[in-house]
Design a protein around this ligand. Structure first.
Ligand code: SF4
Length: 157
């Protein structure tokens, strides 16, 4: 829903803050998660992420969330799947080249990112290429495992 996506980018600052707090708390739960097993928890967390991030960002559950770097605008909604910035076909009104009635996800991302960090003049959008194998896995749990450099991370990636 475009309206909700735009709302999320307009509220990127506190949404990002909320995510940081959530992640910090999830990281604290690492011993419990490791005990239960990340693989067993993945479906549960994915279901929660699909509801929350699906509603707020039209998330496509790529499993490698970039929202904190892209102003709470999900780049997976770009029809050309541009992951590292706009394609060059953005319309003068900021509309998408492929879907004129949709604001370009990267224009929205730039606006949202400036709300997260007003002082950041050059927004660093460059991200690693998307790994299709991680689609429909929990991005939140991946971040927790990354933080702890858990050995399971390698086997699940
Ligand atoms: S205009 Fe923006 S959203 Fe549309 S295809 Fe290009 S990069 Fe993607």
């Amino acid at each position: 829903m475009y309206k909700m996506r735009l709302w999320s980018a307009r509220n990127a600052r506190w949404l990002n803050r909320f995510y940081e707090v959530l992640l910090r708390n999830l990281i604290l739960l690492h011993p419990l998660f490791a005990r239960i097993g990340y693989a067993r928890l993945d479906k549960f967390f994915l279901a929660i992420e699909k509801i929350i991030k699906g509603f707020l960002f039209d998330s496509q559950s790529c499993g490698q969330c970039t929202l904190s770097y892209t102003g709470m605008s999900c780049p997976m909604n770009c029809p050309k799947a541009m992951r590292n910035g706009p394609c060059g076909g953005v319309r003068p009104d900021g509309g998408c080249e492929v879907k004129p009635d949709m604001p370009c996800v990267w224009v929205v991302a730039m606006e949202g990112q400036q709300r997260i960090d007003k002082h950041e003049r050059v927004v660093k959008f460059v991200r690693p290429p998307v790994d299709a194998r991680l689609k429909n896995t929990s991005a939140w749990l991946r971040e927790v495992r990354k933080h702890h450099a858990h050995p399971e991370l390698e086997s699940l990636q």
